[in-house]
Write a protein that binds this ligand. Structure first.
Ligand SMILES: C[S@@+](CC[C@H](N)C(=O)[O-])C[C@H]1O[C@@H](n2cnc3c(N)ncnc32)[C@H](O)[C@@H]1O
Length: 309
């Protein structure tokens, strides 16, 4: 992994507690109810889950910790991510978590298996692009989890590929899907220019763009999977900050710097181009506010749950 990837892994770790607070509980409860009904109607069958853009597997650990899979004694969980080296970070995170949570862990040929109180979870990590992974996975997935990833994929193509691997009544869960609003406080005169440009950099032929959450509400039913639950899962990070929150916000500012910095001087969609001086002044003010423990940040996300028709 590059040092850039290492920083990204630290960001993912810091993001876990922000996501914990943000996740839309009614949508999660609806997922749990549907998994329970599934366990009853398919007694004796394992639950097969595929997580795409899985990163270090935070959502899998969270769903297990929060009891969302409790109706199932046997779970086969495949994590797909294209970043090389992410699998090792996931293995380390699972090993640490399993020890602390009282699961016994045992290596298998392509991952490892964890067991606790009669519940067994086989974990397999696949380092691959999602489209390549979907082309080879059997049409036998009960639940797809696409956590904080759809905005960087071509939306309809990605959703169609993922739905094509689901079993009858299969579930599609897309938590923390970015949905068009980023805000910082204290406010700054260049907020509209910089954040408008930031959102414009999210557009492109192979990217779902800044309104992915809302777009999912029509893309899923159009592709045969009506939405059964959805709600806001906004990130809200305000002072006073602990070290993790500071690291998280520093990385968010880094994402703005990298993406808007690349587009400096270019026309970015309908938004005015941002010049380097404006961007640098804005970043300086934001980093000063972060250092002074004054920076607040809000990003609007949606959690969406759909079921194959
Ligand atoms: C914002 S991170 C989210 C990671 C994890 N879901 C989380 O929230 O902790 C997005 C992840 O998607 C992966 N990713 C992006 N495009 C992908 C693709 N086409 N195929 C597979 N993985 C992809 C990236 O490598 C990255 O780890």
């Amino acid at each position: 992994m590059t040092s850039h990837d290492d920083r990204f892994v630290h960001y993912l770790r810091a993001k876990e507690s922000v996501d914990d607070r943000a996740l839309h509980r009614p949508t999660l409860a609806s997922l749990e109810d549907r998994l329970e009904a599934r366990a009853e109607s398919r007694s004796g069958e394992p639950l097969r889950v595929v997580s795409v853009g899985a990163g270090t597997g935070a959502m899998c650990r969270r769903l297990l910790s929060w009891g969302v899979f409790d109706a199932h004694d046997e779970i086969k969980y495949v994590l797909v991510d294209r970043t090389r080296g992410m699998a090792d970070n996931a293995a380390a995170a699972f090993a640490e978590w399993a020890r602390a949570a009282g699961w016994t862990a045992e290596p298998t040929s392509n991952g490892f298996r964890i067991d606790r109180h009669g519940r067994s979870v086989s974990l397999t990590y696949v380092t691959s692009d999602i489209f390549e992974a979907m082309a080879v996975l059997p049409k036998a997935i009960d639940l797809v989890v696409a956590h904080a990833v759809l905005d960087v994929l071509p939306l309809r193509r990605a959703v169609a590929a993922l739905l094509s691997r689901l079993t009858d009544d299969g579930l599609f869960y897309a938590p923390i899907t970015f949905d068009g609003r980023t805000a910082f406080r204290p406010s700054h005169p260049a907020d509209d220019a910089v954040l408008g440009a930031y959102h414009e950099t999210m557009r492109g032929d192979d990217r779902a763009g800044p309104d992915t959450g809302t777009d999912l509400l029509t893309a899923l039913p159009d592709l045969g999977a009506p939405v059964v639950a959805a709600g806001g899962s906004d990130w809200v990070v305000h002072p006073p900050h602990d070290d993790e929150a500071r690291l998280f916000l520093d990385r968010i500012l880094g994402f703005v710097e990298e993406s808007v910095g690349e587009a400096v001087g270019e026309a970015v969609g309908e938004a005015d181009a941002v010049d380097r001086e404006t961007l640098d002044g804005w970043l300086r003010a934001r980093h000063d506010a972060l250092a002074g423990d004054e920076l607040a940040y809000v990003a609007h996300n949606l959690d969406v749950l759909a079921e194959l028709d």
